[in-house]
Design a protein around this ligand. Structure first.
Ligand SMILES: Nc1ncnc2c1ncn2[C@@H]1O[C@H](COP(=O)(O)OP(=O)(O)OP(=O)(O)O)[C@@H](O)[C@H]1O
Ligand SMILES: [Mg+2]
Length: 164
């Protein structure tokens, strides 16, 4: 697959723990106001990636799939919170209005699973991550920055992944 965006990162994960590790790297780079969209089929590894992100972010709270409660919040000591929204059951951007995403972004970081379901309600800049299932243990990720803030973040993430 050709990558047209020079800041985009393509990554193959060979295990759930490798997915968590890249999540930890990403989580360590996040700041209040950042929006991360995780787009991919059932079982492609979105929640597994969030487990790493929350750990790298500095929260010791357990990450679970918020399919029924819609939003989970993971705290960290002396810092903003990480909000984890699963939009699987939402059918339109209008349904996201009640959730007050702006307030979450003012207070912390927002990570969204199934972002395409509420795409029009999701502001930019943002990091769009496309996850695909390759086989039982392999997943393919494309990290696509939308906005300067995330282009810089991808430069940092690239250093962590490839060194140098
Ligand atoms: N390389 C890998 N990366 C991530 N998960 C993997 C990998 N290999 C196997 N898995 C398994 O795939 C499953 C991924 O589930 P996960 O809940 O993270 O997916 P999801 O994208 O959040 O799904 P859903 O759309 O149902 O929320 C887990 O059971 C995990 O152990
Ligand atoms: Mg999930």
């Amino acid at each position: 697959m050709p990558i047209l965006d020079p800041y985009a990162i393509e990554f193959f994960s060979r295990s759930p723990s490798q997915t968590k590790r890249i999540g930890i790297r990403l989580g360590g780079l996040l700041q209040r106001g950042d929006l991360i969209c995780l787009s991919g089929d059932l079982g492609s590894g979105k929640t597994t990636l969030v487990q790493g992100i929350a750990q790298g972010w500095g929260s010791g709270d357990a990450v679970t799939s918020p399919t029924f409660v819609l939003v989970n919040m993971y705290r960290k000591v002396n810092g903003p919170s990480l909000y984890h929204l699963d939009a699987y059951r939402l059918q339109s951007a209008a349904e996201a209005i009640d959730l007050d995403l702006d307030a979450m972004l003012e207070n912390g970081v927002l990570v969204v699973e199934w972002p395409e379901n509420i795409q029009k309600a999701l502001p930019r800049p943002r990091l769009w991550v496309k996850l695909s299932w390759i086989d039982l243990e392999q997943r393919h990720f494309v990290f696509k920055p939308e906005g300067k803030r995330f282009e810089k973040m991808m430069k940092e993430l690239r250093k962590h992944i490839y060194g140098g």
